[in-house]
Design a protein around this ligand. Structure first.
Ligand code: SF4
Length: 92
């Protein structure tokens, strides 16, 4: 059973270094109009790899995180070799 993003968002130490913690309006990560602004925040974030792995394992997440747009549980296709996620259960 997956855990909702809001329930787990403060449970990892890497989140302390997340640039988005300092964004005045967190809503930019959940609005297609402000998508470019959110992606720009992720682009300078030092924990983007940890963020990607975390979000990739959340089946229900939609929004912008880890420099990626995630929509309706449809996770972006990424080359397996560079994907740190474990949700799909495949390798290579
Ligand atoms: S990569 Fe983006 S969404 Fe993830 S922690 Fe950093 S700023 Fe936040």
């Amino acid at each position: 059973m997956s855990t909702a993003y809001s329930e787990r968002r403060t449970s990892h130490s890497w989140m302390e270094s997340a640039v988005c913690r300092h964004v005045t309006d967190p809503g930019i990560f959940h609005d297609s109009v402000t998508e470019e602004s959110a992606l720009a925040v992720c682009a300078i974030c030092p924990v983007i790899a940890s963020c990607f792995a975390y979000i990739h394992d959340l089946v229900e997440f939609s929004g912008i995180a880890a420099g990626t747009v995630w929509r309706d549980g449809n996770h972006p296709r990424v080359p397996c070799a560079s994907c740190p996620g474990t949700r799909c259960g495949t390798t290579g």
